[in-house]
Design a protein around this ligand. Sequence first.
Ligand code: ADP
Ligand code: TRP
Length: 331
Amino acid sequence: MTSATPTTLSGIQPSGLQHLGNYFGAIRQHVASQSTPGEHFFFIADYHALTTIHDAETLRGHVRDLAATYLALGLDPNRAVFFRQSDVPEVTELTWLLSTVTGMGLLERAHSYKDKTAKGIKPSVGLFTYPILMAADILAYDSTVVPVGKDQVQHVEMAQDMATHFNSRFGEVFTRPEARIPDRADMAKVPGLDGQKMSKSYGNHLWIFEEGKKLKKAIGRIATDSRPPEEPKDPSTVALFDFLALFLDAGELDEWKERVRAGGEGAPGYGHLKVRLVEAMDAHFAEPRERRRALLDDPAELDRILSRGAERARERAAAVRDRAYRACGLR
Ligand code: ADP
Ligand code: TRP
């Protein structure tokens, strides 16, 4: 199957508050893509979250928070179909069909599965077959473009493999998707406060909506050294610039770098750069913070938006499910 207009789809797990890595690596490009031609589907991967979250109230809270976060950061439910994964039962129907064309070896090679088991997590069958559910998410809407962070590219390639295997067995049913990663390398892999990749599981994250004293304290944790402000420095050795680059325009960024490189009297110290970073984050997220608060105060509105999205998503997924069922003899 090929479609004339692009269909963009991506999902994000409701695994807790979202950090700057999630924003620059995923959410921001999802929101930007809704202004490009074609159709757009974005969903909250609550089935996937069940592989790690085992408390009902926690999961419900995370889903609400993620919905409010996306909408506050600019996702427009009139331009993109925005929904909860578990509201589309066709996805689990397709998961079974895809599992019958997927070799055990393919799943055994999944980096994220290997990483989790290496960390000592005792795997459930659900964790093992996670890439099949993800492939069903992608293939259920005839998606052509899947914007994801680098760590998810292998899963999109697995969806390609499953589409190819199914199509070669039963005829042209599924559209082959392509992964798209952020074109700026610093956004595809945002560093954490300690310089490693930012991740909830490393405890080196900065929440998107952190503010006030807590924000200052978190930025205070960004790794620096004891060189004095007047000592000339190569800006690439100053971790703070990795963060400033995410928020400042190129002209202002270059000016700061130049002053740090030159050193001498009046050169900015690390404290100075941290103050500028707090200001830049405050300016960038001021309006979204307010919108998020308002949305969290109105859970019924969040539910309405997600239910309307689910209706539209199901229309598409049912058509693809019917096509797949017919092709393999289930109708
Ligand atoms: P975490 O590592 O904090 O648990 P997730 O694995 O839930 O984050 O990632 C959710 C989304 O955010 C994915 O699309 C992922 O690629 C992206 N992402 C996560 N961390 C980063 C990062 N440091 N830089 C860029 N993108 C990231
Ligand atoms: N596995 C993705 C993550 O952890 C979330 C996800 C689930 C997804 N289904 C998807 C992403 C389909 C893209 C397409 O970030």
